[in-house]
Design a protein around this ligand. Structure first.
Ligand SMILES: C[S@@+](CC[C@H](N)C(=O)[O-])C[C@H]1O[C@@H](n2cnc3c(N)ncnc32)[C@H](O)[C@@H]1O
Length: 360
């Protein structure tokens, strides 16, 4: 919970100690600590906070965390987008308002995909839940609302979760690719969603998940492909979607964090020691081309998510990892947006929900 070294998590507030009730949401952070109106700008473009009020005497953070906590609250501005500062450069995506909106679109799409379920694993008697790489925290918050007697913890590199959350939900800033500092055999359920391109070593990562899951507890991985495919020949061999997919995969390889985990999750979970592993496939159409109501609705959301989201998904990877000029990257993104408008191509992104149990 407290920064003791580079692999330690930083708890921004331990709301489990709060006296608030379920009907009274609890601030996840000291509200002033994330107030960007106090931000100035460094020469290097990173935002600088004049007032780190989370670090005052009333803060739950000890003095020794000051440097780390202060740096967490900076952001890096790059090609007009805002990125996380803690573990600067570790993650490909921005953390600005647009990026948060895109994550919340995806959450809505997962609810549609899973018929409004937050998970498929058959969990029971839930007490402790971990959402690894929680993003905006939207899944963790929904989960805390659905299971009021459970404690839900979300971890992320970015402090982008809302201030007011259910009292049984809290967030920590942590690099989940390092050794976890939670107690062993602690969680009844660990949720991992869209950590593609984020994890350098999935074997090590899943070994952490295994170690910190209670015997009999469940881990669920929800991921999708970045390579559009079509089953009916409507996506010819020269279609731009092939180039798009190939470029993302190449960038991930160069970045040292693969984008192909969706196809590997089940095997990787079995290898990590999980049993009763179940894989449930799903498809996200690239736009509203499907006839079926649910698939069509998901496709329309996906089109919106991608139209607004491709810049955030790819700009840092293309320019910082691939060495492309911003102009070349923008042409690539514009081409993708153009293709996304065509319903003649019946393409989709395949994905998997994979869950497995730690043996008793
Ligand atoms: C594509 S988003 C998915 C967010 C969330 N799981 C969801 O499904 O809404 C990936 C998230 O992982 C976080 N992330 C990436 N690398 C991380 C790391 N090494 N440690 C902690 N969080 C990380 C990012 O900051 C981002 O919020």
């Amino acid at each position: 919970m407290y920064a003791q070294g580079q692999d330690s998590a930083v708890a921004l507030q331990d709301v489990a100690e709060s006296s608030h009730t379920q009907s009274q949401p609890t601030p996840a952070y000291n509200s002033e600590s994330l107030d960007e109106t106090t931000a100035g700008e460094d020469n290097d473009g990173a935002l600088d906070f004049e007032s780190d009020s989370a670090l005052d005497s009333g803060s739950l953070l000890g003095d020794e965390t000051d440097t780390l906590a202060s740096s967490i609250l900076h952001h890096r501005i790059e090609n007009g987008r805002q990125y996380h500062a803690y573990r600067d450069g570790a993650y490909w995506g921005p953390n600005d308002e647009l990026a948060k909106e895109i994550l919340d679109f995806a959450h809505h799409m997962y609810l549609l995909t899973l018929d409004q379920k937050l998970h498929l694993a058959p969990i029971r008697d839930l007490q402790t839940v971990l959402d690894v790489g929680t993003g905006t925290g939207i899944w963790a918050i929904d989960m805390a609302d659905q299971y009021p007697s459970a404690t839900v913890t979300g971890t992320d590199l970015s402090p982008i979760q809302p201030e007011w959350v259910p009292p049984n939900c809290h967030f920590e800033i942590d690099d989940v690719s390092l050794e976890w500092t939670f107690p062993p055999s602690h969680f009844d359920f660990i949720h991992i969603r869209e950590l593609f391109g984020c994890i350098p070593d999935w074997d090590f990562f899943l070994a952490q998940a295994y170690h910190h899951t209670k015997p009999g507890g469940w881990v669920e991985i929800v991921e999708h492909s970045v390579q559009p495919v079509a089953d009916d020949g409507s996506m010819g061999p020269d279609h731009f979607y092939h180039t798009w997919g190939k470029v993302v995969i190449e960038m991930g390889e160069k970045f040292g964090k693969s984008f192909t985990v969706w196809a590997e999750s089940a095997e990787r979970m079995r290898k990590a020691g999980f049993v009763d592993v179940v894989e449930v496939p799903y498809k996200w159409a690239m736009n509203g081309w499907p006839k079926d109501g649910k698939e069509k609705e998901i496709g329309r959301w996906n089109q919106l998510r991608l139209m607004d989201g491709v810049e955030g998904f790819m700009l840092r990877l293309l320019t910082q990892v691939g060495g492309w000029s911003v102009a070349r990257a923008q042409v690539h993104l514009a081409q993708m947006r153009r293709e996304l408008k065509s319903t003649r191509t019946h393409a989709y992104l395949p994905g998997t929900v994979v869950y497995g149990r730690k043996p008793l």
